[in-house]
Design a binder for this molecule. Structure first.
Ligand code: NAD
Length: 364
């Protein structure tokens, strides 16, 4: 089959990690008889340098014409880069916010999986790490506190700031549907996280999630308060399969879930809209401190490409092949510097970004 894939290489390590992932995609195409047509799209600091804008209308139109978009990362050193002297709406990150909005990407998926080969990086108790965990966070991405009305006023010389948290039932329903659909492809359990003991928006969240659940009798649903979820993630993450939550809670909990794997360079993510279209990117940033040195870990981007195959192109066997190849690379003791074990590093084969991409491709 022919598929159109946009590639936003972006800034910093972005071009290196997307090229490594593309090596893997090319091997998938060869092995499974597909054709992936690559279209490069400018966004972030590189787009500011070329056009004066972090994301042009042409770039948005180009992204919309693809079946899916694979992204590296955008942004530079926030203290030293001239991009951060620009007004906020002209900075690299404004491009990403605009793209998410233009494409209607309302569901953010972030898997947190503890590879047995990397379990010593897990900062949790040994017994907890031994048990392992494999969860996916489904975060609402375009509503709630980050998109509500806000203002700062002065009352008698005292500054007061207000942010508002609003959700309508349609926004909750569509992200809940995504979470239940994903649970059906996994271990069939959704934990919906809210603060329903305090917030009206959370009470509506709970009501709508229950309504959606009625169509998924084969999936188990539990509700959990966000403060409890934050504790349970470090106490016993193995209890979770799919965690569904709103924007701000998801922002915080997905970073916590990432941290307990201990390996930022391994974590993929996807942002989806109502169609099959998605934007796929590693959870880390553009790592300007190591850019251009061929030492970045491309595995998170490679695993993001696997998610692209699974969720946008419905190519489950191809996605499995990529994920299995990553596991095989780890079993074979091949590591980038950031995922070296504390003990036994001398027994590992240390590779750079490009060679890691090739090592994964070779195992497809
Ligand atoms: P960062 O994630 O880029 O880097 C944090 C640390 O992790 C650094 O030491 C870096 O070297 C390391 N690291 C990150 N990815 C790695 C990889 N693949 N392999 C090996 N090591 C890796 O976070 P930061 O330094 O806070 O941010 C740098 C820039 O990235 C900022 O401009 C920030 O706004 C941007 N950023 C972009 C995205 C995105 O594109 N979605 C996300 C987060 C941050």
């Amino acid at each position: 089959m022919d598929y159109k894939i946009g590639v936003i290489a972006g800034d910093g390590i972005g071009p290196e990690i997307t090229d490594a992932a593309w090596t893997v995609m090319t091997k998938v195409a060869q092995k499974f008889g597909h054709h992936f047509e690559r279209t490069d799209i400018l966004m972030g600091g590189c787009s500011i340098d070329a056009t004066g804008e972090p994301l042009t209308d042409d770039a948005i139109a180009s992204a919309k014409a693809q079946d899916a978009v694979l992204m590296g990362s955008i942004g530079g050193n926030t203290s030293t880069s001239p991009w951060y002297k620009l007004p906020p709406d002209k900075r690299p990150e404004a491009g990403l916010l605009k793209l998410r909005k233009s494409l209607g990407l309302f569901a953010n998926l972030r898997p947190a999986y503890l590879y047995p080969q990397l379990k010593e990086s897990c900062p949790l108790k040994e017994a907890t790490a031994d048990k392992g965990f494999d969860l996916i966070m489904v975060r609402e991405l375009t509503g709630g506190l980050y998109f509500g009305k806000r203002h700062t006023e002065s009352y008698n010389g005292v500054l007061q700031a207000t942010d508002t948290l609003t959700y309508n039932e349609n926004e909750i329903r569509r992200v809940a549907v995504k979470a239940f659909d994903i649970a059906r492809k996994r271990r069939k359990k959704v934990t919906s996280v809210d603060k329903a003991n305090v917030l009206d928006s959370s009470r509506l969240w709970r009501k709508v999630v229950e309504e959606v659940w009625a169509d998924y009798p084969d999936v188990e649903l539990e509700h959990m308060l966000v403060d409890n979820c934050a504790m349970q993630l470090v106490r016993d993450p193995a209890q979770f399969d799919v965690i569904l939550t709103e924007n701000m809670f998801g922002d915080i909990l997905s970073d916590e879930a990432a941290m307990i794997t201990g390996s930022l360079g391994m974590l993929s993510s996807a942002s989806l809209n109502e169609t099959k279209f998605g934007l796929y990117e590693p959870s880390g940033g553009s790592a300007p401190d190591i850019a251009g040195q061929d030492i970045a870990n491309p595995i998170a981007t490679i695993l993001s490409a696997a998610m692209l195959l699974r969720y946008s192109l419905d190519l489950d066997d191809e996605a499995d092949a990529v994920e299995n190849a990553v596991t095989k690379v780890l079993e074979d003791g091949i590591r980038t510097r950031d995922i070296l074990p504390r003990e036994g590093a001398d027994k590992m084969t240390i590779v750079g970004c490009k060679a890691m991409g090739q090592a994964v491709a070779d195992r497809i």
